[in-house]
Write a protein that binds this ligand. Sequence first.
Ligand SMILES: [Zn+2]
Length: 358
Amino acid sequence: MVELSPEVKAQLEEQKKQCVFCKILNGEIAAKKVYEDKVMIGVLDINPAAKGHMLLLPKEHYPILPFMPPANFVHMFGLMPNLINALRNAMVCSGARVFIANGGAAGQQSSHFLVHMIPGDKGDGFNYFSFDKLGLVDDNKFKQFNQVMENNLPVMMRKHFQQMPNNWFKGKPGNADFLADIKMKQQVLYEDEKVLCVAHDNALTVGHYVVYSNEERSDIEKLDVESSAHMFYVASYCANAVFQGLGAHATNIIMKTGTCSDNAEGRLCIHVLPRYGNDGLDLLWKPMENKGNLDDIASRIRDQMFEVEHSQKEVRKVETLDLDAKELHKISDSKDVDVKTESAKDEIEEALKKYRGE
Ligand SMILES: [Zn+2]
């Protein structure tokens, strides 16, 4: 676990007292619960972007994703295929999105880190994550930072593999046919057996990156625990790197799976975006006007989640890897890369300041 200074600990305690989601977790505030295990709960969003929009809340209060210890990270994101599968079955839809905001400038609205899961369908009109507009990106700055990432990401991933050993990494990039067009058009920043990470060709901003799976073109449901967690790990390292390297105020991590309005090609992908106050990017949805019957929706999702709650043997095996989370923060300390370096503790305090908008 990350070591926090007494000041940061005190700030976190203050945050927890005010936190609506901690109050939901301890039963002080009612919510429509649809899922629970020992690490997290799922509740319906009361202002849904789409029918079945739910929130995954870690039971611990973490202000942003980098505070989450590796065991819980692997648990939450390793289960994503099962959770998305259950949600899609409940809502009978062709796709889904996962939205994560680290920091206010990215649209984080509570001090409790959480994950939005938003069902999606072909032609559902939800186009907030299309990323098809040409960004006003300075080409030179874009390329310059891509180079920093191309040097840095493999170093970060090597350290990650030292900390969390596995039996699949041999350093041989996957060669998925369905990614050939992407590899041809876009700058590759990192690849291994399981993932491909590229600079987005329609970047909204410098540091807009995309992680694809080398194993599956469309549906996260087809990935196993390790592959799903790994995709999110690479996205999370990217987010930390752009946060520090570009001095961003916040970051978004947005996964799309299956076919939706904003994913017409139905590609499984995770976008990473650095965010700044007033950056003009509009990624926040308007709540639905006709929410439908929330009790009915909750009960449908709960029925499908039952099996996920009761089939977690495989996840527990991975969970025993309780490793030093400091590395999650110390992502840019390699000497050959021109990225700001700070100690893990400073980074956390810095993140908290940015998070509070100071
Ligand atoms: Zn909380």
